[in-house]
Design a protein around this ligand. Structure first.
Ligand code: HEM
Length: 184
């Protein structure tokens, strides 16, 4: 993801549509040709990971806590608990708010892929490019979904740091049982 983001920044720098550019030392590839090569090299693993996540986590609901069902009632209860700072962290269960957020992130990854395809093959896949409002609008969709994913990742990792044992679970893929002293 870091490689896709930073090569994307180099691509953006070649034809910026806002009044700023990213410092070239923050980019991967440096200039357009090599940045595009990095980008196209990395999209395959990102796409494969996204498809695997959709299949395992969303469709089959394996590999972690359940992501659905989601109910309005559950959302309201969780929102009240968040408001009162009472929402407890339960390692094996996702709250309804967590479920919505994770599903939104998987959808966001889909949007990155779809808008990326619309930019990559704007003639062959013009259905996508046009559905997103044309080539220039497609660039904005791609760019802003990148920022949304960056924002999610920063907040997600920051929150995980506040509950350190989740970091081990995130990095190793195993859940760590913390035994209380009372039980030895
Ligand atoms: C299958 C997945 C993807 C494809 C096919 C794809 C394709 C492309 C293409 C063709 C461009 C060049 C656009 C242009 O010439 O203006 C581009 C730019 C860019 N990509 Fe991707 N990309 C994909 C995934 C991602 C991901 C996952 C990220 C970040 C998390 C990302 C971030 C960016 C950024 C920031 C730009 C620069 C936006 C611009 O200035 O137009 N891309 N991508």
């Amino acid at each position: 993801m870091l490689g896709l983001i930073t090569s994307g920044w180099a691509i953006y720098n070649a034809a910026p549509f806002y009044n700023f550019e990213f410092p070239s030392s923050w980019t991967l590839g440096g200039y357009l040709t090599s940045a595009l090569r990095w980008h196209f090299f990395l999209i395959w693993s990102f796409t494969l990971c996204t498809l695997m996540l959709w299949l395992t986590r969303v469709t089959l609901q394996t590999g972690g806590p359940r992501l659905w069902p989601i109910s309005l009632r559950g959302l309201v209860t969780d929102a009240r608990a968040v408001w009162g700072l009472r929402l407890a962290h339960r390692p094996q269960t996702y709250h309804h708010i967590q479920r919505v957020l994770y599903l939104a992130v998987y959808a966001l990854m889909g949007l990155l892929i779809v808008s990326g395809l619309g930019l990559w093959k704007p003639v062959q896949l013009q259905m996508i490019t046009q559905a997103l409002g044309g080539y220039e609008a497609c660039r904005r969709w791609h760019f802003w979904s990148m920022w949304a994913l960056v924002g999610f990742t920063v907040v997600h990792v920051a929150m995980a740091i506040t509950v350190p044992r989740t970091l081990i679970a995130m990095l190793l893929g195993v859940s760590v049982e913390v035994k209380s002293r009372d039980h030895g």
